[in-house]
Design a protein. Sequence first.
Length: 388
Amino acid sequence: MSEPTRVSILGATGSIGTSTLRVLDHNPDQFTVVALAAQRNVERLADIARRTGAEFAAIADERHYAALKDHLSGTTVEVAAGAAAVAEAAIRRADVVVGAITGYAGLRSTLAAARSGANLALANKEAMVTAGALVKSALAEGGGTLIPVDSEHAALFQSLWGQDREAITQLILTASGGPFRTWSKDEIRAATPEQALKHPNWDMGAKVTIDSASMMNKGLELIEAQQIFDIALDRLDVVVHPQSIVHSLVAYADGGQLAQLGVPDMQTPISAALRWPKRTKTAVPPLDLAQYGALTFEPPDRDRFPCLPLAEQAMREGGAFPIALNAANEVAVSGFLEGAFAFGGIAEAVSAVLDQTDAPKPQSLEDIALIDAESRTKAHAVITHMCK
Ligand SMILES: NC(=O)c1ccc[n+]([C@@H]2O[C@H](COP(=O)([O-])OP(=O)(O)OC[C@H]3O[C@@H](n4cnc5c(N)ncnc54)[C@H](OP(=O)(O)O)[C@@H]3O)[C@@H](O)[C@H]2O)c1
């Protein structure tokens, strides 16, 4: 029998982290846990570390260090706190690092993991959106492979595997359409956090659930796909597929398309990434197409979902624009979840920040951090004005 795969999980307490742990629990002989990281959920982090026998547990928020140490006293788990500790979790010797921190906050640890030489099972799409070129060069430096975990990119990755790259005509990302797919423009604009958090198919963290409702998620994923697969912008497309069974498609020059299908459960793309190209079993029920009867597809409505064209604009402009788009969106989603404004305010804030963006192409992580910080300041100012 081969050695167990050594896995680290950045964002272990979140939705992707939990799905990853389910895959590991289902295959106890195939994996060992090296390092875990979270932001502030000490009890859950300690529980996971204790249960998996992890070597190292990092909590980003330093105020929780004492509590984490306390929870793990009497175990062999090493404990540390702060951003440097999260970066250390990313570089402990592992075969694969699951990058599952939400948002721009995951960028530095994603870069550290990429440089470490481990394979990078990447869910943290915001890292690719804001710094795709840096992540790719860090991976080239380390020698590991990027294996996407986002279900659409996992589907594309698998549908591209072993195929003739020259013959690709299009990458088509599927989108569920979210909870507002059939709502009118005015209803969507006035929607509340409670309504936006009700995703019809996927059970995910709050930020990505709101992004799905606005279709900003699909926009971020287009940029992520462009970065991961080095594809020309005019070869990327989106189709709405409410059942979330077809997870994306690759069209080839012979007129055929390859797709990956499965029930909407993140354990499937995660398990594919952990030991790629080996498959790992999961407890996910097999897909029974007859039970679904019909799979339907429709074009996205860019008028009712203005975040999608805003992301497409940012992708076309490139340079500082995807960073500004992401920063403005993160600030706006937090404001919306805190109840500061209705759903329509997210697109409004992002659009206003993009209108104020003209920074030159970033050359370094410091440039990216500066654009991110400036865009956040602009977004806060726009929101303050909007809420007057
Ligand atoms: N959930 C899905 O099904 C899904 C599908 C596709 C892609 N994704 C992508 O995967 C990423 C994670 O999504 P999610 O839904 O799993 O999010 P989530 O449930 O909100 O979990 C986020 C995780 O990141 C941790 N975290 C946040 N900030 C951190 C920091 N500064 N340092 C260390 N850890 C930090 C959180 O810790 P605490 O718990 O302590 O706060 C938590 O473990 C996102 O980029 C999302 O777009 C998710």
